[in-house]
Ligand binder design. Structure first.
Ligand code: DI6
Ligand code: FE
Length: 402
C-alpha cells in the first residue's frame, strides 16, 4: 500500500477502545491524504506498505493530537487585579455581583477590535498548540451584545486560518447579563434568541450554543429558551452546569441531547442518570475548580459507574481559569479528582472529540480518522499526567503534516 508518510519504531496509545490506552509496542502509523490508513503493530501492517517519507520514532510514544473541548480564548484585557482582590479575601461571586468579573472583561472585549482580539488570543492558542493540541473549542460570551459577539466569533474563525489547528466556535451569548439589560434578564434572553442566534447562524459563525446556568448566570427556564432557539436553528447545545450550585442544568442539557455538560462540581445522582441516558459527555474543568478554590469535586465515581464519558478541558478564561496547558489539566484531574491516567488521556483525546461531536473524525489513532498526532519523548504514558510544568512534546502532526 502506497502512503504519503509512515511513522515506524513507535509506541502507540491508540485510545481506540473504551478501556485502557490501546497500547501498541513496535507500532507503525501510516498516513495518506491527511488520514490515518493504518495504526497498529508492525507485524500486522498491510503488505507493501511504503511511503516516500518514513520517520523513525526511536521508540517515542504517539497519541492522538490533544483536544481542548472548552475554552474562552477570545477576550480583551485580563483579571490579574481581581485575582489580587480574591487573594485579599473577596469571593468570585462577590466580585461578580459588585460589577467586576465577567462584566469587566466584557468592557475590555467591547473596546478591542477584531484584530486586537486575535492578537491577544494567539499566544494563548500557541501555548495549547505547543503541547500538542490539534483541536480547540472557543466560545464567545464576552461581547454580550450582537455586534461584539459577532466580532468574537469572527475572530475565532480567523484564528483557525492563522494556525494549523481545528477550531470549533461556540456561541455563548447567555454568559452574563450585560448592563444594558440590568434587571431584565428575560429581555436579554429574548434578544439572544430572537436576534443573536439567527444572526450568528446566518453568518455560519457557530458550531454549537452554550449558556451559563447558575445563580450569577441564567435560570433553567431561561436556559431552556436558549436551547429551544438553538434547536430551531439546527445547532447542538452544551451547558455550563452545576459549577457553583445545583440548578439541575445537566438534566436540562441531557433533555436537549446536549453534546456535553461542563463543570458539574454540584451534580447530583439524577443529573448523572440523565446524562448517562442521553449520552451527554461530562466535560470536567479542574483548572477552574483549583483556581476558585472549590472544595466539592465533581462526582467522578458516580459518573464512572454510570458510564458517562468524561472529557477534560482548560476552560481557559480570564476569571476562573487562566490556564493554557492540557498537560497540567491532566495532572490536576488526577490529583484533585482522582481520575486514572487512562481516563485523563482519554479525556483530552477520545472523549474530548465526543464532546465536540467529532468522534467519527478525531480523538483516536484508527484508520479513517484525521492524522492529527502528538509524538512524545517519554518512556510511559503516565509521564504525561505525572509531571507538572514540563512539556515532553517531540513533534506535532496536523492532518498528516508537521
Ligand atoms: N464559568 C466560568 O468559570 C467562566 N464562565 C463561566 O460561565 C468564568 C468567566 C469569567 O469569570 O470571566
Ligand atoms: Fe467556561
Amino acid at each position: 500500500m502506497q502512503c504519503d508518510r509512515i511513522w515506524r519504531n513507535a509506541r502507540l496509545a491508540t485510545l481506540a477502545q473504551r478501556r485502557g490506552l490501546g497500547e501498541v509496542q513496535d507500532g507503525v502509523l501510516a498516513c495518506r491524504g491527511g488520514r490515518i490508513v493504518f495504526a497498529g503493530v508492525r507485524t500486522d501492517s498491510p503488505s507493501g506498505l511504503d511511503a516516500p517519507d518514513i520517520v523513525d520514532c526511536e521508540g517515542r510514544w504517539i497519541t492522538p493530537g490533544l483536544i481542548d473541548p472548552h475554552t474562552h480564548l477570545v477576550f480583551g484585557g485580563d483579571r490579574a487585579q481581581e485575582f489580587e482582590l480574591r487573594l485579599g479575601g473577596a469571593s468570585y461571586e462577590e466580585i461578580a455581583r459588585a460589577g467586576g468579573g465577567i462584566v469587566s472583561t466584557m468592557k475590555a472585549t467591547r473596546a478591542a477590535s477584531e484584530a486586537e482580539l486575535i492578537e491577544a488570543a494567539l499566544p494563548r492558542l500557541d501555548a495549547l498548540i505547543a503541547e500538542g493540541a490539534t483541536t480547540v473549542e472557543v466560545k464567545s460570551g464576552y461581547g454580550l451584545a450582537l455586534e461584539p459577539e459577532l466580532t468574537c466569533l469572527r475572530a475565532v474563525r480567523e484564528l483557525g486560518h492563522r494556525r494549523a489547528v481545528t477550531l470549533r466556535a461556540t456561541f455563548l451569548g447567555a454568559h452574563a447579563l450585560p448592563p444594558e439589560f440590568a434587571g431584565d434578564p428575560d429581555g436579554y434572553i429574548d434578544h439572544v434568541c430572537r436576534e443573536m442566534i439567527p444572526a450568528v447562524t446566518a453568518e455560519g459563525l457557530a458550531d454549537a450554543v452554550d449558556a451559563f446556568c447558575e445563580g450569577i448566570g441564567f435560570t433553567p427556564a431561561q436556559t431552556r429558551r436558549v436551547f429551544e432557539a438553538a434547536r430551531a436553528h439546527g445547532l447542538p447545545v452544551k451547558l455550563h452546569a452545576e459549577q457553583l450550585s445545583n440548578l439541575h442544568g445537566a438534566a436540562l442539557a441531557a433533555e436537549f441531547g446536549a453534546l456535553s455538560a461542563d463543570h458539574l462540581e454540584h451534580l447530583d445522582e439524577a443529573g448523572v442518570a440523565a446524562m448517562s441516558a442521553a449520552g451527554t459527555v461530562a466535560t470536567l474543568l479542574p483548572g477552574a475548580y483549583y483556581f476558585v478554590r472549590e472544595t466539592q469535586a465533581p462526582p467522578i465515581a458516580a459518573l464512572r459507574a454510570a458510564g458517562v464519558p468524561m472529557a477534560l478541558a482548560t476552560d481557559c478564561n480570564p476569571g476562573t481559569s487562566p490556564l493554557t496547558s492540557l498537560l497540567l489539566v491532566m495532572n490536576m484531574a488526577a490529583t484533585l479528582f482522582r481520575m486514572t491516567v487512562d481516563e485523563c488521556l482519554a479525556g483530552v483525546t477520545r472523549e474530548a472529540a465526543r464532546a465536540l461531536g467529532l468522534a467519527a473524525e478525531l480523538g483516536t489513532l484508527e484508520a479513517g480518522k484525521r492524522c492529527d498526532l502528538a509524538i512524545w519523548s517519554i518512556e510511559r504514558p503516565a509521564e504525561l499526567v505525572y509531571r507538572m510544568g514540563f512539556n515532553p512534546l517531540h513533534a506535532r502532526v496536523f492532518g498528516g503534516v508537521g
